[in-house]
Design a protein around this ligand. Structure first.
Ligand SMILES: [Zn+2]
Length: 415
């Protein structure tokens, strides 16, 4: 049994609180920033103060959001491959709608939709956008959209940067940092709350990105897309973690490519080495929302599966597995917990509900339409559904793919 599925029994304990909302001080809905009663010297109300990322992480867990390009591809707005970041210009309403869903689900952070928007990526074969638009323009639009959605909701805004083809082309530190500077500019102009470099395959590139991000005076987070074998240059996870912490990142961790179980193993390796060296950056996990144990030792993770990216549906986590992941990550010491490809709004709601107690009873608006463990099914007109209104039913159920003869895992990966 996988590490985090074996934690289901622990969830029972924590879910108990969610089953009895009447006796809890839970607060549903999107929290608005409270305006201060004090006036400034011009007689206007003092600007609101939003707790920053590090302050929130000191107090307890922070719930990230989920998939963007992967979900927008399924919905018909993004092209798989280049993962067309120009979606923020072509279909801003689709991006806004997804932001709103994660906010509604209970996320504490929303990421600007800027994956693969660097200038050196936009001009690669298969991309059209780079001929007419720059990274700065795309990221500026992504920030504008994000701010329109958020209004005065008490949620953190994250400026996210992607790895640069310039690094893989061996163009060197200066050229690579130039690409990051261009990705970052809109986040600074829009005064987003913190900076994140994510999906990096090489810790050296992470160090260069962190060094530059640190010059901007905002909290800095960085996540690698690595598994237990380490980065693309075979640097072990523990050493990657230490190097990112030494470079000055406030938050370090993992995103994408590997499932929650594999990512928890990798995170444990990272934490062990950090502990040995007396380093304690905040830890962050945004893994895949798909089960793929067979790619644990592959550098490029789930991309080696024949069914990636268009036929992964049977592998998708259930909401109960998202609960289990959140609890396991929290127990390991991870404090920033969200998801990457495959994590949909209902998975983020599950994380938000699982960590509600640790977040002062906070729940997203979406939890008004969700009774844990199928509790609302007790009022179904149909007896088969009434019989599922129990924690025991959902704990014991092993989801089937419904495809007789299909394997549990792939015996042959794409190489
Ligand atoms: Zn991903």
């Amino acid at each position: 049994m996988s590490l985090y599925l074996s934690r289901l029994s622990k969830i029972v304990r924590h879910q108990g609180l969610l089953q009895k909302p009447s006796v809890l001080a839970v607060s549903h809905g999107v929290r608005k920033l409270c305006r201060s009663a004090a006036m400034n010297k011009d007689g206007a109300p003092d600007p609101v103060r939003k707790k920053g990322l590090l302050e929130r992480l000191r107090e307890g867990p922070v719930v990230g959001d989920g998939s963007y390009v992967f979900t927008l591809e399924r919905r018909g707005y993004v092209l798989a491959g280049p993962w067309t970041p120009e979606v923020v210009i072509d279909h801003p309403e689709a991006v806004k709608s997804l932001h709103r869903e994660y906010l509604h689900a209970g996320a504490d952070v929303l990421q600007a939709s800027t994956f693969y928007s660097s200038d050196d990526k936009l001009t690669m074969p298969g991309h059209e956008a780079g001929r007419t638009i720059t990274c700065k323009e795309l990221n500026d639009k992504a920030c504008t959209i994000l701010k329109e959605v958020v209004g005065d909701a008490d949620v953190l805004l994250c400026g996210a940067m992607s790895p640069t083809p310039s690094y893989l082309d061996g163009k060197g530190k200066q050229a690579v940092q130039q690409e990051y500077a261009k990705q970052m500019q809109a986040f600074i102009d829009h005064d987003l709350d913190f900076l994140l470099a994510e999906f990096l395959g090489h810790v050296e590139e992470a160090e260069w990105a962190i060094e530059l991000m640190k010059t901007k005076g905002k909290p800095v987070a960085c996540t690698l897309r690595i598994g237990p074998k380490g980065d693309c240059a075979k640097v072990p996870p523990g050493e990657c973690a230490v190097r990112m912490a030494d470079a000055g990142a406030d938050v370090i961790g993992l995103n994408c490519l590997f499932d929650p179980n594999t990512s928890l193993k990798t995170m444990e390796l990272m934490k062990t080495e950090l502990d040995k060296r007396g380093l304690s950056p905040y830890l962050m996990m945004q893994p895949l929302g798909f089960h793929c144990p067979e790619v644990e030792n592959e550098d490029e993770g789930y991309q080696m599966l024949p069914e990636c990216p268009f036929a992964l549906e049977p592998r998708q986590l259930t909401r109960f597995e998202a609960h289990a992941f959140a609890r396991s990550a929290y127990d390991l010491g991870v404090r920033y917990i969200g998801g990457c490809c495959g994590f949909e709004p209902h998975h983020i709601r599950a994380i938000s509900e699982e960590l509600s107690q640790e977040r002062g009873g906070k729940l997203g608006e979406a939890s008004k339409k969700h009774v844990p463990w199928g509790g609302a099914l007790k009022d179904s007109m149909l007896e088969p559904n009434r019989n599922k209104a129990s924690r025991q039913h959902w704990e014991m159920t092993k989801p089937a793919s419904g495809r007789p003869g299909h394997p549990d895992v792939q015996s042959k990966l794409i190489h």
